[in-house]
Ligand binder design. Sequence first.
Ligand code: CIR
Length: 256
Amino acid sequence: MWIAVTREVSPALGDCELSYVSREPIDVARASAQHREYQRALEILGCRLLALPAESGLPDSVFVEDVAIVLDEVAVLTRPGALSRRPEVASVAEVLRDHRPVLAIAAPGTLDGGDVLRAGRTLYVGESARSNAAGIAQLRELLAGHGYAVQAVPTRGCLHLKSAATQIGDDTLLLQPEWVDRDRFTDFKIIEVDPAEPHAANVLRIGDALVMPASFPRTRQRLLDAAFQVMAVDVSELQKAEGAVTCCSLVFRADE
Ligand code: CIR
């Protein structure tokens, strides 16, 4: 039903880019074990995994979400805002070409997939340190012919728009109000993260289920109270690399 592209954890993960979290030692073996559990969760929820081998020279390459946006009709390769991450694109592009026509963001545009929140036919795109106005304008042009609207959304104090808000139901978002304004999303019901868990807004929705980090029990309880089905995964080592759950996969509908 779904395909999930993932990439094994790089042995160089400890040299990852960091913007809003302070560097701590990362146990790569533990990160890999957690990543395997994450992959298992995706399989349990009905995804067929396409797991790329680890890239020893690319510390952040486990975070495949940032290098492409995959829609039902087309895939768009990004041009990541961090220079160190640009070589991650080519190998993911190769996999995607088997499944979708592939378009691409070009210089001077920059765009990280973590900034792209798709809700129906609208793509909300974070204006962040990683995604610039040229990248967002290119995405708008590339997708206009496919019937998608692209709406820029200012973010503050976080890496990506999807650090601040993710879709958890057809009409519902989980949101961190300190990092993005709620009134950017007037068409949605909003559930806010628990204030004690500022990083909890990044949740991966697969069908009717939500995958979220185990480290946010209060926000998880809010979701359970609102009758969402939640699967918690321990991604503590990946969180030290400023990643969470959406960033470790590209999930899209399999061709019939
Ligand atoms: C980076 O700074 O690019 C990585 N260390 C973390 C990327 C996480 N990506 C995401 O949440 N989409």
